[in-house]
Design a protein. Structure first.
Lengths: 439, 255
């Protein structure tokens, strides 16, 4: 502390130590007795518009250089894994869909594939094709939000409004198919909650006609822009070795040059029969991740078009009556529910059907004891479901290896030694979804 | 679907002494499955609706060991692992191997976990470069012999991925709640950092050698480990329009 009185930077002794009142002026003068201690610790979040959700960062700064980046999570922990242990296997779908809320259909698909593997069953072909269809639409919506928030956090607000506008178009189609914009609970163990409604195929085709133009608009808006390029290039660098050591998968790994996409390397739901590319970049930085996501939107559009072409009529739920939901849902005057025919049947004609319906809906089916791990490629990387059954009607344990959770670990490696502004670019390029991180 | 031949082949590593006698122990919960939605124990089925429910002697944990050959590339990986660490270490480290639903699980003694993990990562014929995740499971009251030193309840489950060969294996380390120590993999797989913190937070498994084993999802001052099966669900009875809604623990549907 300087001996001269400074009206703009006074200080007083308290029981907690010396407290400075800094209202401007010369900082060197204020901290004259603390020479050599240039470290500044800045807390960012959890409520901050640039931290991509309720993420908290504790940054050690020297000037504008980040010397240490610590990530604090857990602000959105809702105990979803624990909750599934107290609900039957079908109800689990409605819980896991709420984890990574930008890719709900991937959560559902991963969970259902794990339950199906435990049961030793496979969904019928039409259900598999529709799963691929809705998942790829979901991937587009998720990437559009990733690009939109990327724009917002970099200060390109038009990118945000455009991204969310296009995403809403995709969500409208998903709403038409599943009944909800998000948290669909559409994919169920053994198949789907219901078949595609009339007119859904046409709506998807209309969307497919519009979206490529909008993606091109995105390129015109951001890709060629010098400010955008300067903010992203060389920001948040992490090479393949670093990615694999830190468990990072998805677009971040592919932007480092490794074409690791579970749809290609460990195909599920018939992905090996679709014609699509795995986009990569070789820059290992935020710029590469941006380009990879843009390219993946186009690839997903290709997959959606192919899925539409190969849709054949057929069941969307397994034949096994001990597993399949007893009633097809239908739209009535009071909303979605069991079809009237089914209600008439169980209430008036067949007591056995009523018992069957009651047992299956309230108690649920049993799953043979054992454990499986099923990974799928979510928009953010490897989404793995480790599901354990003790042979009962509820899961014994559902553990989710959420890609956002793992990828976020790379924040320190990407940010330390760089500028504080690049921390934002690094996190935006990881695209973590806190609902998935904290579960 | 596997889960075959209960009781006949294995489990002696887990149940010291006369292993099979443990299954008939009066203290052991009956049946390898939990109660149904209405507190029904056993199959609860008098109608035949539920079909035949197979009861595993180990409950959720299969106690037997799969005999070789395991089939497919499982034998290749096992042989390469034996070559890499030596037969003696392998025999000491791997208590048993289970092949089920197309996945292979090595049940590993914790003293040898790091030796195995290092060999699995570095050996040319193995190359499990990626640790996909660490997950915990609490097998308390999951049927079979009662949890205790002979049947450790807390399992740390590690999923390893070989990007070179496109293979996945599972390592499982079982510890008791009284001595929940497992060596940390952070030195071999840096990604284990947060996974282990989460497993510690939720199950209280202590990963020795972890650089900063603190809670990650729950608040720092939280008591207990929420995903353990004996963790109380809490809550108070709530009165609403004259009716009383009991706290979750005592509700029929939660038992």
């Amino acid at each position: 502390m300087s001996t001269t009185y400074d009206p703009y930077a006074g200080s007083r002794e308290t029981t907690e130590g010396r407290v400075y009142t800094v209202t401007g002026g010369d900082w060197d003068l204020t901290f004259a007795d603390q020479q050599g201690e240039d470290r500044l610790v800045v807390n960012m979040g959890p409520q901050h518009p640039s931290t991509h959700g309720v993420l908290r960062l504790v940054l050690d700064l020297e000037g504008e250089t980040v010397t240490k980046a610590r990530v604090v999570i857990g602000y959105l922990h809702t105990g979803i894994e624990k909750n599934t242990e107290y609900r039957n296997w079908v109800q689990g779908t409605t819980f896991v869909t709420r984890m990574d809320y930008l890719s709900p259909l991937f959560n559902e698909a991963g969970y259902c594939l794990a339950v199906e593997k435990l049961l030793g069953i496979e969904a019928p072909p039409r259900a598999q094709t529709i799963r691929v269809l809705v998942m790829e639409l979901n991937r587009i919506a998720s990437h559009l939000v990733a690009l939109a928030t990327f724009g917002m956090e970099m200060g390109a607000l038009t990118g945000m409004t455009n991204g969310f506008r296009e995403r809403e178009m995709v969500l409208d189609v998903l709403e038409e198919i599943t009944g909800l914009r998000m948290n669909h609970a559409y994919i169920r163990p053994g198949g789907l909650a219901q078949d595609l409604p009339d007119g859904a195929v046409e709506s998807v085709r209309e969307l497919l006609a519009i979206l490529p133009k909008r993606v091109a608009d995105f390129h015109r808006l951001l890709t060629g822009q010098p400010i955008w390029q300067n903010r992203l290039k060389d920001a948040g660098y992490l090479d393949v070795t670093g990615c694999v050591a830190l468990g990072v998968t998805g677009p971040v790994l592919r932007a480092a040059g490794l074409p690791w996409d579970l749809r290609k390397v460990e195909p599920y739901l018939g992905y090996e029969t679709y014609d699509f590319e795995v986009p990569t970049a070789d820059t290992s930085d935020a710029w590469g991740r941006y380009l990879v996501r843009m390219a993946e939107v186009n690839e997903s559009l290709k997959i959606v078009a192919q899925a539409l072409d190969r849709l054949e009529p057929g069941p969307v739920m397994v034949e096994d009556r001990k597993i399949a939901w007893p009633a097809q849902l239908s739209l009535g005057a009071d909303g979605m529910g069991n079809s009237l025919d089914h209600v008439r049947h169980i209430m008036g004609q067949s007591m056995e059907s009523l018992i069957h319906h009651f047992k299956l809906v309230t108690e649920g089916f049993r799953v043979p004891a054992g454990q499986v791990y099923v990974p799928i490629e979510s928009p953010r990387g490897e989404l793995g479901f480790h599901v354990v059954s003790d042979g009962g009607t509820r899961p014994w344990r559902v553990h989710v290896r959420d890609p956002s959770f793992v990828n976020l670990q790379a924040t320190a490696a990407m940010s330390e030694g760089g500028m504080i502004a690049d921390v934002i670019a690094a996190i935006a390029s990881i695209d973590p979804v806190m609902g998935g991180v904290d579960r | 679907m596997a889960m075959t031949t209960p009781g006949g082949t294995g489990g002696s590593e887990l149940v010291p002494g006369d292993g099979e006698a443990g299954f008939d122990d009066a203290t052991a919960p009956s049946g390898g499955f939990r109660k149904g939605a209405f507190g029904v124990s056993g199959s609860g089925d008098t109608s035949g609706f539920g079909g035949l429910v197979r009861v595993e002697p180990g409950g959720a944990v299969a106690l037997h060991s799969t005999e070789r050959p395991y089939g497919g590339w499982f034998d290749e990986v096992t042989d390469a692992l034996i070559d890499a660490v030596g037969q003696a270490t392998y025999d000491a480290a791997v208590q048993r191997v289970l092949v089920d639903r197309g996945e292979i699980t090595y049940f590993v003694a914790r003293e040898h976990l790091l030796t195995l993990a290092r060999a699995l990562r570095d050996d040319e014929a193995l190359r499990f470069e990626l640790l996909s995740g660490v997950s915990g499971v609490d097998y308390l009251d999951s049927g079979g012999p009662a949890a205790g030193p002979g049947r450790p309840r807390l399992h740390a489950v590690l999923h390893l991925t070989s990007m070179t060969y496109r293979r996945r294996i599972r390592l499982e380390v079982a510890v008791t709640a009284e001595d929940p120590h497992v060596p940390s993999l952070t030195g071999i797989y840096p990604t284990a950092d947060w996974h282990e913190r989460e497993t510690f937070d939720m199950f209280g498994i202590v990963f020795d050698g972890h650089p900063a084993l603190t809670r990650i999802l729950m608040p720092d001052d939280w008591d207990g480990h929420p995903q353990r099966k004996d963790y109380p669900l809490g809550g108070v009875p709530v009165e609403y329009h004259g009716a009383t809604i009991p706290p979750p623990d005592t509700r029929r549907a939660y038992r």
